[in-house]
Design a protein around this ligand. Sequence first.
Ligand code: HEC
Ligand code: HEC
Ligand code: HEC
Ligand code: HEC
Ligand code: HEC
Ligand code: HEC
Ligand code: HEC
Ligand code: HEC
Ligand code: HEC
Length: 369
Amino acid sequence: MHLCRFHFLIALLCAAALAILGAPLANAQGPNPAQVENKTCLACHANRDLAMKLPGGETLSVYTDEAQFNASVHGKRGQRCTTCHANITAYPHPAVTARDRRDYALQMYTVCRQCHEKVYQQAIDSIHSKDIAAGNRNAAVCTDCHTAHYTTDPHNPRSKIPQTCRQCHSTIFDQYKSSVHGAALLDQSNPDVPTCVECHGVHQIADPTTNAFRLKSPELCATCHTDRAKMKKYNLSTNVLNTYVADFHGSTVELFEKQSPDAPTNKAVCYDCHGVHDIRSAKDPKSSVVKENLLKTCQQCHPDATTDFPSSWMSHYDASPTKYPAVYYINLFYTILIPVVIGGMLAFVLLDAARRILNRFQKPGSHSR
Ligand code: HEC
Ligand code: HEC
Ligand code: HEC
Ligand code: HEC
Ligand code: HEC
Ligand code: HEC
Ligand code: HEC
Ligand code: HEC
Ligand code: HEC
């Protein structure tokens, strides 16, 4: 029944196209693709019901929305259907070799390369391309993120970017949506918070589960979190990296990053305490670093830690008379005591030496005078 309908449609459309357009499609040699007008193709392809059966059994709709194509970045520039479909100049078209829809998309996306060579080359290094090469057909190619016919400005609005990734990473998107970063982007179109691509890249996404990515991650967070102008708007401290690097977790991570960037580390990085896609404000009661939840966060790696364990640690603070006064006054005490003790000893040694020298130069017997 389906087949009958296809045949009928094809016959009908062929007749219509031939009647309207005559020569170009009837020409056995085939016209120069550059000369086939889009309206020639659309005479058939603007039909919403036009579809074909692929060898694997799936149905592929071959409808193309003319208005939406004309509004796309390519359509607006008057691009021809045949610049991408260079092998199609007449009907019947050359036979399709793809087994199913995914096969078809994976064969076709390479047409983008002719004009976007640089991006194409970048994408070869992406985790997605590597996954495809390894046999995972579901990893993203150009047309998954940009579509084939209805490509729009990919940068604006910014909130579109995580939506692009959401098609396949919906669990992560849902976490991100409620994070301090994601909520600001999606609710307020905030330009300062990271979308997926500030942390992962776009066409050159690296594997985020490697040791190298982990060791470099504090720097990634620091690109924004040490930016004074940016952080001032949110009244957030820019001291978070300094204090992290100064403490036992960060000093090791930094050392590894410099000397052996692929080494594994069990020391905490920013996201072990704050979360990755679900980072919350430190004031949010659900935050992993709020007082009530902090012990649990430490216990991931310090299983024996007890209630007062977190308070033995200075977090992101420098000690001051109000924050960690004990540490502050002990530090102060030592900064005074040590110079005083060493100075005192030096003075003692010097005075003692002077006394001895003086004694030696004094004439024997002068004491008795
Ligand atoms: C006479 C009607 C007609 C015209 C004109 C026509 N097509 Fe098609 N096209 C079809 C039909 C029907 C199919 C479904 C598969 C089949 O029958 O080959 C199809 C399938 C396709 C496909 C999907 C399968 C494949 O071969 O990759 C593409 C792409 C395509 N057409 C592009 C074009 C382009 C580009 C033009 C203009 C140069 C064009 N078509 C002109 C009727 C037409
Ligand atoms: C920028 C390149 C480009 C242009 C321009 C283009 N196509 Fe395509 N087309 C593709 C790609 C790539 C695919 C593979 C399908 C996918 O990955 O979604 C495709 C697929 C198709 C298909 C198969 C059904 C489908 O949508 O997957 C048809 C039919 C088609 N194109 C018709 C047209 C027509 C008609 C025009 C002109 C109005 C046109 N194309 C312009 C790149 C293009
Ligand atoms: C015939 C050449 C050509 C082909 C083939 C082509 N493009 Fe383009 N594309 C352009 C031109 C020209 C522009 C507009 C100039 C620009 O912004 O780079 C553009 C713009 C874009 C943009 C928007 C860039 C921006 O910064 O706004 C995206 C995304 C894009 N193309 C994706 C694709 C994808 C995906 C394919 C394959 C399905 C493709 N292009 C195939 C020529 C082409
Ligand atoms: C995983 C999704 C994804 C894939 C796969 C992808 N892109 Fe993009 N692309 C994006 C996003 C998102 C942006 C916008 C990035 C931004 O604003 O920082 C973009 C930007 C672009 C731009 C604008 C210029 C630029 O470099 O930012 C072009 C052109 C482009 N892509 C073409 C392509 C082509 C061609 C392919 C295939 C080789 C491809 N893209 C694969 C998501 C993707
Ligand atoms: C068409 C589906 C699709 C889209 C769209 C897509 N991805 Fe992916 N992505 C995959 C698949 C499939 C994998 C393979 C690993 C997996 O199953 O998670 C993957 C893997 C990844 C990985 C590596 C995961 C790991 O465990 O090593 C990252 C990071 C990633 N994608 C980020 C992104 C970002 C960022 C975007 C949006 C710009 C995006 N993806 C869009 C399908 C997609
Ligand atoms: C603030 C930076 C940041 C943002 C924003 C971000 N990620 Fe990630 N992402 C990371 C880090 C760091 C890891 C590694 C976590 C680990 O190894 O436990 C990661 C891991 C991943 C992974 C692989 C591990 C997994 O959990 O499956 C995928 C896929 C991924 N991110 C996709 C996304 C997508 C999609 C978005 C946007 C909705 C996004 N990320 C936003 C930093 C970020
Ligand atoms: C592209 C810039 C950028 C990157 C990269 C970034 N952040 Fe943020 N982050 C922000 C901005 C801007 C805010 C403030 C958002 C708001 O309050 O609306 C913020 C807020 C936060 C907060 C909440 C602070 C509070 O108590 O209100 C934490 C915690 C945080 N980020 C941690 C991280 C971590 C950890 C990383 C790395 C995995 C990271 N950020 C990467 C820009 C960034
Ligand atoms: C060992 C756990 C731990 C690590 C590692 C860690 N943090 Fe924190 N972070 C905290 C705690 C606890 C707080 C809450 C401090 C408070 O409000 O008293 C906090 C607060 C913050 C805030 C809010 C500051 C403000 O002004 O309110 C930001 C932003 C932040 N951290 C970013 C980072 C970044 C970036 C890194 C990595 C360079 C990092 N953190 C590493 C535990 C950690
Ligand atoms: C991702 C794992 C991880 C997390 C989370 C973590 N730490 Fe650590 N921490 C370590 C490792 C590993 C060491 C080094 C232990 C050693 O050398 O014996 C360490 C060392 C320390 C030390 C030095 C003294 C000691 O016990 O060796 C203190 C204090 C400390 N951490 C406090 C904290 C606090 C407080 C938290 C929670 C806010 C926390 N840590 C969260 C992994 C972690």
